[in-house]
Design a protein around this ligand. Structure first.
Ligand SMILES: *[C@@H]1O[C@H](CO)[C@@H](O)[C@H](O)[C@H]1NC(C)=O
Ligand SMILES: *[C@@H]1O[C@H](CO)[C@@H](O)[C@H](O)[C@H]1NC(C)=O
Length: 158
């Protein structure tokens, strides 16, 4: 890249710096050989996001909700699974801006939609992973915290 002047380069650098979000992203990667369906739920639910088999993904910037505080990203293996109460995997997170931390958790309701497949939340290095080797909650698995709100939380399905 060629910059006409140092001033222009500096202006560009400042622009880039200002557009970088303060918080990391919650990301879901669907590596399963079947599609999955996702909703981001707080005081309201997002529309259904379809994640295609093997390559589908979803991303949202970590944020808070004025009513619920935390956010639950709900995933099913059937379309409209949120309203039909199909087995759901819940990837919940809560930013604590005062503490400079993000808490995250993996749980399921109405059954385990990914039973038999590995599901894992992987934050940045130095923060605890949550791994369900067989798609079901292992003994002792609980909420984790990462003291870096700029870190991404990546949930990989299968
Ligand atoms: C979060 O996503 C945004 C938008 O794609 C990206 O610009 C940013 O770099 C991501 N944040 C991190 C920490 O990766
Ligand atoms: C998502 O999947 C549903 C159910 O299969 C389908 O009706 C809808 O058209 C899909 N939406 C998009 C944007 O592909």
């Amino acid at each position: 890249m060629h910059f006409p002047s140092t001033a222009a380069a500096l202006a560009l650098l400042l622009t880039l710096t200002n557009t970088v979000s303060a918080y990391g992203n919650a990301t879901v990667l669907n590596h399963c050989p079947f599609p999955t369906y996702l909703w981001s739920v707080a005081s309201t639910a997002s529309p259904q996001h379809n994640l295609s088999s093997t390559t589908g993904s979803y991303m949202e910037p970590l944020h808070t909700d004025p009513k619920t505080g935390g956010i639950a990203i709900k995933i099913t293996t059937v379309a409209n699974g949120l309203v039909s109460n199909a087995p759901q995997l819940n990837f919940a997170y809560a930013l604590n801006e005062r503490e400079g931390s993000v808490y995250y958790d993996l749980s399921s309701v109405f059954g385990d939609p990914f039973a038999g497949s590995k599901v894992e939340i992987k934050p940045k290095e130095g923060c605890a992973k949550i791994t369900w080797e067989k798609g079901t909650r292992p003994e002792g698995s609980g909420t984790q915290a990462c003291f870096d709100t700029a870190a991404d939380l990546v949930l990989t399905l299968c």
